[in-house]
Write a protein that binds this ligand. Structure first.
Ligand code: EPZ
Length: 418
């Protein structure tokens, strides 16, 4: 089984070119099937989640072709309306095809994606919202057959929680529904704005994406578009945490500082210097020793992102002082804690709260990744731990980080995949 082997203690110095955002490209690739014309998505990251999404597009009947970091999708000859169970299980976020499929095909058959490492991932907000747009669904034996009856009709929908996936599914179904849709308490993540920007380039009429209320005027048809994906803010935070724990100094190109506004203060409170240059360059200079007495609550955007919690927890483990993390978004997003304890961390978890007491030095050990961002937390830990850290469970990390060992080697890390 492949592992990452890291010799800790090397200071990270140099420049990182940031990958395209995983959580942007997945819904945008699903959105390409809303038109019959070709789209070209630039800055498409080389991730296993992207590979699965491309497999789904091909299964549905699209023609897809990579040209470097650009993915060309021709959705003209889609001839299927179902997502096989193996895809729904391989990648839970394939639920995002539901909204696009019922809009394009008028019907869809999917299987429930099941839970994942972060706990049960209910879809009640997706289904209650889509039903308000006219979708009819019946569930049996873990499969859900959906259709749109006489067609999707715009409506006023209030989300009880600003769910990212539910907001995306509603946008995908509403852009060609009859009349206007208003989504209140919509998710405000940058990836929602990216999806809306792509769809508006295709001729959709979406206003307010990135704010709490999104208004969508249904249109009859959409054309294709060329579109560049925004950089991955969670990957940026991960490389920043890796630099912070190794007293390093890195420059990250192509980053949107406003996407990091709730996390930059945490780095600065720990003693890092953050310099932001025009045209999206960010430099992080770390101190010899991190200090932290942070209280971090994960919240929907623009609050502290839950996806940043694991790598930032590792940074707090290596800082002098005690910090508190409250994970408000997912039920069980502390699977990495057990593995960090094996590396000598001092963390106490009580329900959704983790108390992190910084230690002088983590020490290398064999650890196992259980989920994507937990894997990132272990890589950050290995980079600063004394001695050798071996990380297994690499399928998790390859879902969301493009060539993580290559990127880290380029800035001085001693890391290899065996
Ligand atoms: C997206 O997941 C991201 N995934 C997640 O990133 C991210 O952690 C999450 O948003 C929050 O920012 C993609 O974009 C592919 P949610 P999603 O719906 O859409 C509950 C990563 O590491 N909920 O906002 O599934 C849900 O259980 C991944 O890149 C309902 O109760 O997130 C969770 O507790 C992990 N009912 C909370 O809302 C619903 O119908 C947030 O879920 C839907 C969600």
């Amino acid at each position: 089984m492949p592992k990452l082997v890291i010799e800790g203690g090397k200071s990270l110095k140099g420049e990182i070119k940031l990958q395209g955002a995983k959580n942007s490209v997945l819904p945008i690739l699903a959105a390409t099937i809303l038109s019959e014309e070709e789209s070209v998505i630039h800055g498409c990251p080389n991730l296993s989640d992207v590979a699965i999404t491309v497999e789904i597009l091909n299964f549905l009947g699209c023609k897809t072709k990579f040209e470097g970091e650009s993915l060309i999708i021709n959705p003209k000859n889609i001839n299927k309306n179902k997502i096989p169970e193996m895809y729904m299980r391989k990648m839970r976020s394939s639920i995002i095809f539901l909204g696009a499929l019922i809009s394009r095909m008028g019907c869809a058959e999917i299987s429930l994606p099941g839970g994942c490492e972060l706990g049960p991932r209910p879809l009640d907000l997706h289904f209650s919202g889509l039903r308000q747009l006219g979708m009819i669904s019946e569930e049996s034996h873990g499969k859900i057959k959906c259709n749109v009856g006489r067609g999707l009709v715009g409506n006023n929908i209030v989300l009880s929680f600003p769910s990212v996936g539910a907001t995306e599914n509603l946008i995908l179904s509403a852009v060609k529904a009859k009349g206007e849709t208003i989504i209140t308490n919509a998710a405000r993540e940058p990836e929602i704005q990216d999806l809306a920007n792509y769809l508006n380039k295709c001729g959709a009429k979406i206003r307010g994406a990135g704010e709490g209320t999104i208004k969508i005027e249904g249109v009859d048809r959409l054309q294709g578009a060329h579109y560049s994906i925004i950089p991955d803010r969670i990957a940026a935070i991960t490389y920043m945490a890796a630099t912070a724990v190794t007293s390093g100094d890195i420059l990250i190109n192509r980053v949107y500082p406003e996407h990091l506004s709730s996390v930059i203060p945490i780095f600065e409170e720990c003693g890092c210097i953050i310099e932001i240059f025009d045209k999206g360059k960010l430099r992080l200079i770390a101190p010899e020793r991190l200090l932290s007495n942070a209280v971090i609550r994960t919240m929907p955007y623009p609050g502290f992102p839950t996806d940043a919690q694991p790598p930032i927890m590792t940074m707090l483990c290596a800082a002098e002082g005690s910090s508190i993390i409250i994970e408000n978004i997912f039920e069980s997003r502390y699977k990495h804690v057990g593995e960090l304890l094996r590396l000598g961390a001092d963390i106490k978890v009580e329900g959704r709260t983790a108390i992190v007491n910084g230690v002088k030095r983590l020490s290398g050990a064999d650890v196992r990744a259980e989920d994507l961002r937990g894997a990132a937390a272990l890589v950050v830990a290995g980079l600063c731990a004394e001695g050798t850290t071996k990380i297994s469970g690499l399928r998790h990390i390859d879902r969301g980080y493009e060539d993580i060992e290559g990127n880290l080697c380029k800035i001085g890390a001693n890391i290899k995949r065996i």
